[in-house]
Ligand binder design. Structure first.
Ligand SMILES: Cc1cc2nc3c(=O)[nH]c(=O)nc-3n(C[C@H](O)[C@H](O)[C@H](O)COP(=O)(O)O)c2cc1C
Length: 236
C-alpha cells in the first residue's frame, strides 16, 4: 500500500466534511419506534431466560442477523478491541461463540478472559450488554462447532491466517488449494486451534428504548457463577 503523510491525507478531505457529516447525522432518525412493551416487574430470575425471550421476539419480528454481536476483549497493554461475531447458543451456563485460538481475539482471551458481548436489535429498540469471563469448552465442543460450519468457512479457518497481513490477494487462492487437497483426504479435518467458549456472565443489562426517551433498563448482577442473580432498574 502507498504511504501518505498526514498532510496529504488531510488535503484529500473536504474542509466542510465535519459540518456536512454533522448535518447529515443530525437529520437521521433514531429510536423512533414503535417498540414492543417490556414490563421489568415480569422479568424472570435468570438473565438467560429474558435473553432467550428477547431473542425469540427478535427472530419473530424479523430483526436482521439477531445472532450477530460485538465481542469486546482487552489487549495485554489494556487497550479494548471489539469486533462482530455470531452467537452460537445460550443456556443457564452462558453465551457461546467459537473462534480460532490463533486469532487476535483468541490470543487476547488467553491473556485476559474478561470479555463483553453487545447485541443491538435496532428494529425493536433493544440492546443487551453482557459482561463476564470467556471459558474454553471441550475439544469435542470445538470440533462439533467446526464440522457444522459451511465448507467455505472451514476452508478459510483451516488457513489459520486470520488478521495476518495479506501481501497479495493471490496468496489466498494458492493456500486454499492446499487446504482443499487436505480436506479431500480428510473431510472431517478440524484445526486444533478451533475452540468453543462459553461466556459465564456476572453482569447482564437489558435496555428497551422508549420514543419519549424514558428508556427501561434492567441490570442483573451476581457475585460469582455460583451465586444467585439479583436485579435492579437503572435510570435511563
Ligand atoms: C456479521 C458478521 C459476522 C461475523 N462472524 C464472524 C465469525 O463467526 N467468526 C469470525 O472469526 N469472524 C467473524 N466476523 C469477522 C470479525 O468481526 C473479525 O473481523 C474477525 O474475526 C477478525 O477479528 P480479530 O482480528 O479481532 O481476531 C464477522 C463479521 C461480521 C460483520
Amino acid at each position: 500500500m502507498p504511504e501518505h503523510t498526514s498532510e496529504q491525507h488531510s488535503a484529500g478531505l473536504s474542509e466542510n466534511m465535519r459540518e456536512d457529516t454533522r448535518a447529515l447525522m443530525r437529520g437521521l432518525d433514531v429510536l423512533s419506534g414503535p417498540f414492543p412493551d417490556f414490563d421489568p416487574d415480569t422479568a424472570p430470575d435468570h438473565p438467560a431466560q429474558l435473553f432467550v425471550a428477547w431473542f425469540m421476539n427478535a427472530v419473530d419480528t424479523k430483526v436482521v442477523e439477531p445472532h450477530a454481536m460485538t465481542l469486546s476483549t482487552v489487549t495485554p497493554d489494556g487497550r479494548p478491541e471489539a469486533r462482530v461475531l455470531i452467537l452460537k447458543s445460550v443456556d443457564a451456563a452462558g453465551w457461546r461463540f467459537a473462534i480460532s485460538k490463533a486469532s487476535s481475539k483468541g490470543r487476547e482471551i488467553a491473556q485476559n478472559p474478561h470479555v463483553a458481548l453487545t447485541f443491538h436489535w435496532r428494529e425493536v429498540g433493544r440492546q443487551v450488554r453482557i459482561s463476564g469471563v470467556a471459558c474454553e469448552e471441550s475439544a469435542a465442543d470445538g470440533s462439533a462447532d467446526f464440522l457444522a460450519r459451511s465448507r467455505g468457512s472451514r476452508e478459510m479457518a483451516l488457513l489459520l491466517r486470520q488478521s495476518q497481513v495479506l501481501e497479495e490477494p493471490q496468496q489466498i487462492d494458492r493456500e486454499l488449494e492446499a487446504v482443499r487437497r487436505k480436506l479431500a483426504e480428510d473431510p472431517d479435518l478440524v484445526p486444533p486451534e478451533w475452540t468453543s467458549y462459553v461466556v459465564k456472565a456476572d453482569k447482564v443489562e437489558f435496555w428497551q428504548a422508549d420514543g419519549g426517551r424514558r428508556h427501561t433498563r434492567v441490570l442483573y448482577t451476581r457475585a460469582d457463577e455460583t451465586a444467585a442473580w439479583s436485579r435492579c432498574r437503572l435510570w435511563p
